[in-house]
Design a protein. Sequence first.
Length: 355
Amino acid sequence: MKIIKLHYLLLILIFWSCTENNKPQLENQKQVVERHREAEQNATAKFGIALHGGAGFIKADMMSDSIIQAYQNKLSEAIELGHEILKNGGDAEVAVVEVIQVLEDSPLFNAGKGGVLNANGIHELDASIMHGKTLEAGAVAGIKTVKNPILLAQKIMNESEHVLLSGNGAEEFASNHDLDQVENSYFTTQKAQRALANAQNKSAYHIENYEENIKNYKLGTVGCVALDQKGNLVAGTSTGGMTNKKHGRIGDSPIIGAGNYANNHTCAVSATGHGEYFIKNVVAFDISAMMEYGDFSLEQATQIAIQEKLKNQGGDGGVIAIDFEGNISLEFNTEGMFRAKMDAKGNKEVKLFKE
Ligand code: ASP
C-alpha cells in the first residue's frame, strides 16, 4: 500500500515539474510571436510621406472658404498620390517627383505654374532633389522655360556628372533631354502679378523695406520628403523664389544642405521660407547633422533649427522632414504652412494654419 502511494506521489511530482518547466517555454513562445507581430507591423509601418506648399503670413481670415478648400483639395490629392506609390512598393524618388509635379502644375503654389515674378517681371525658377542612399543630388537655378523644374533636377541627378546647373546651361540640358519647355509667360498668374505690383508699390525692392515687407507675404515654395519600403529617403523642393527678387538671385531651394537634404542614416528635409536665412544656417543639413552627431530626435532637431536658431535671427519659414524610421516633423515659425503628411497605416493630415 505504501509503495502504491509513493508511486502516486512520484507521478504527481513528475507531472507538476513538467508543467512548470513548460511555463517559461510558453512565455518565450509568446514573446517570439509578439516580436514577430511587432516586426511585421514595423515593416509595413516603415514608409511615409510629407509635403509642403509654402510657409508665411497665412491666416484663415485672410482666405475665402473656397480658396481654403482648393488648397486642401490639392494638398490632399498630392499626398494621396505619393502615398499610393509608396504603399505599392514604389521608390521614394518616384513619389517625391510625382507629388512635386502635381504641385508645380497647380497655379495655387509658388513653383512651376504660379511661380512668383522677379523685379523685372520674369520667372526664374529653382529646384532640387537628393537621394539619401547614394547622396546623389541634382539641382537647377534661375531657369525660365522648363515646365517642371523638378524633372530637370532629377535628370541632372541621374544623367549628369554635375549637381547644380543654372540659367542657359540648364535650359540647354533640358532640351537635350527632351523635357517639356514653355514660354516664360506660361508660369504667370494674376496673383503673381498683383504680388509684384504690391511689392514694388511698397518699394520693397529697397533693401531696408524688403526685410519688413517680405514678412507679409506667403512665401509659397513646394517640397516633398518620403521614406520608401526599402528604407530610402528622398527630398525634393521647387520654387519660383521670392516676389520682387533681384534678377539672378538664387534662394535656398536648389542649394543642397540649405533648402533640401536627404541621408538614409538620418532624415530627408525640404525647407520653405526666407531663403537667405536657410542658406546662412545650412538648415536642412544642420537638422541631419544634429541627428547624426548630437543624437537628437528628428523632432528635437527640427525644433532647434526652426524655433531657436532661425527665429533668433529673424528668419521666417519652416521645414517638413521624415527620418529613417518614418517619424515625420512639420515645423514652422510663421503664421501658417501649407502641409500634409501620411503614414503607412494611411493616417492623413492636411493643414494650412497654426494649430
Ligand atoms: N525658400 C524660397 C526662396 O527663398 C522661398 C519660399 O520658400 O517660398 O527662394
